[in-house]
Design a binder for this molecule. Structure first.
Ligand SMILES: NC(=O)c1ccc[n+]([C@@H]2O[C@H](COP(=O)([O-])OP(=O)(O)OC[C@H]3O[C@@H](n4cnc5c(N)ncnc54)[C@H](O)[C@@H]3O)[C@@H](O)[C@H]2O)c1
Length: 346
């Protein structure tokens, strides 16, 4: 594969992960980072990387083949559509956008230009997630019946100094729950309908700090998710899956998939089943497979390059991003109306 000219837009928390990942990739020439604000600019220049004050400058002067967009959520659509219209492939951080109309504008622009548009639901690229999917697809769980996900931990006050994280384009539903939704769609398939409650009682921000969600999947299974960024608690995939050194690892499971013949936990990949008779008074046994450990951010970048080279399809397409956003926004809609929300069929 030849070297691709890659630009990165936004040098905040995750933008820096993308920069470090790009610098390590032998098939990438990191041609520049666009970051209008001083803190990000200083970080970029300290690392001796070409810096641009705006993404327009980056596109005009560095002429990247593809860009990774790591700006606040409400800027994703404008930036992505401009890049695509400029002839540049995009990998947009999740959520794909802050509204469904904005998400559709990215899908439409990419289709019109025939350019790749991928979304950064990076967990799909983790080998453990692929192993989980193959376990469920192999049928060892029998008929899928239920799933439960815990997404609770404590975010510090500094995290909320960035205003967008406290406003309606941000919040843990769009920043975190959307990862759970994408993970569940990846393993169990589409969500048919959901009902939710949210609360901002702890932090008092415009956005929720806590949510509970009930879902019905198209495959017939039911699911629940508990989400809160205001609890001292380790029950969270980010703290368990060892995807980044940012989070001290906890020896816990965060996701529980159960079927008529067995159950699967994540991220520990435990499969529970009966050896002989299915009977609640008989011993139930567990098998554990040691998943390959690899950086999902590196695999995600490799998929972006391979899609640009015409060698692979997106592991997480713009349409996948749109479907996850639709479900995340339905959580807020259901919480405010008190009604269940039906989701579109894929
Ligand atoms: N996949 C993941 O693991 C993951 C993790 C964290 C955040 N995210 C997503 O990444 C995005 C960024 O989140 P973050 O936590 O890094 O935010 P952040 O606030 O730390 O960083 C955003 C950066 O974008 C810059 N920026 C703002 N407008 C810009 C513009 N027009 N052009 C260029 N740069 C601009 C800001 O100055 C800032 O440095 C969000 O969409 C978030 O949901 C994904």
């Amino acid at each position: 594969m030849h070297k691709f000219r890659i630009g990165i837009i936004g040098a905040g928390t995750i933008g820096r992960t993308h920069i470090e990942t790009a610098l390590k990739n032998p098939n990438v020439e990191l041609v520049g980072v666009a970051e209008p604000f001083e803190a990000g600019k200083a970080w970029v220049q300290k690392h001796d990387i070409p810096w641009f004050a705006s993404y327009g400058d980056l596109l005009d002067r560095a002429k990247p083949d593809g860009v990774i967009i790591a700006t606040p959520n409400d800027a994703h659509a404008n930036v992505a559509v401009d890049c695509i219209q400029n002839g540049t492939a995009v990998l947009v951080e999740k959520p794909i956008a802050d509204t469904l109309a904005n998400a559709r504008s990215i899908c439409d622009a990419a289709q019109a230009k025939g350019l790749p548009a991928l979304v950064g639901h990076h967990r799909r690229h983790n080998p453990l997630m692929r192993e989980a999917k193959s376990i469920v697809d192999s049928g060892v769980l029998g008929q899928p019946v239920s799933m439960t996900a815990m997404c609770t931990w404590y975010k510090d006050d500094d995290y909320f100094k960035a205003a967008w994280r406290r406003e309606s384009g941000g919040g843990p539903v769009l920043i975190n729950l959307i990862h759970e939704i994408d993970l569940m769609r990846f393993i169990y398939g589409d969500i048919a309908s959901l009902q939710a409650m949210t609360s901002n009682a702890i932090r008092g921000f415009e956005v929720e700090d806590t949510a509970v969600v009930m879902m019905r999947f198209v495959n017939g299974a039911l699911g629940t998710v508990t989400l809160s960024d205001a609890t001292v608690s380790p029950w969270n995939y980010d703290l368990a899956a060892r995807e980044t050194d940012r989070f001290p690892q906890q020896d816990i499971n965060s996701h529980f998939f159960s079927g008529t013949h067995g159950s699967l936990t994540l991220p520990k990949l435990e499969v529970w089943s009966y050896k002989d008779q299915r009977h609640w008074e008989k011993p139930i046994s567990v098998t554990r497979s040691e998943p390959l450990r690899a950086s999902p951010y590196e695999a995600q970048l490799n998929n972006f390059l391979a899609v640009m080279a015409g060698k692979e399809t997106p592991v997480c397409s713009a349409l996948d991003g749109l479907r996850a956003l639709e479900a995340a926004l339905a959580v807020r809609e259901s919480a405010s109306s008190g009604q269940a929300v039906q989701l579109a069929k894929s």
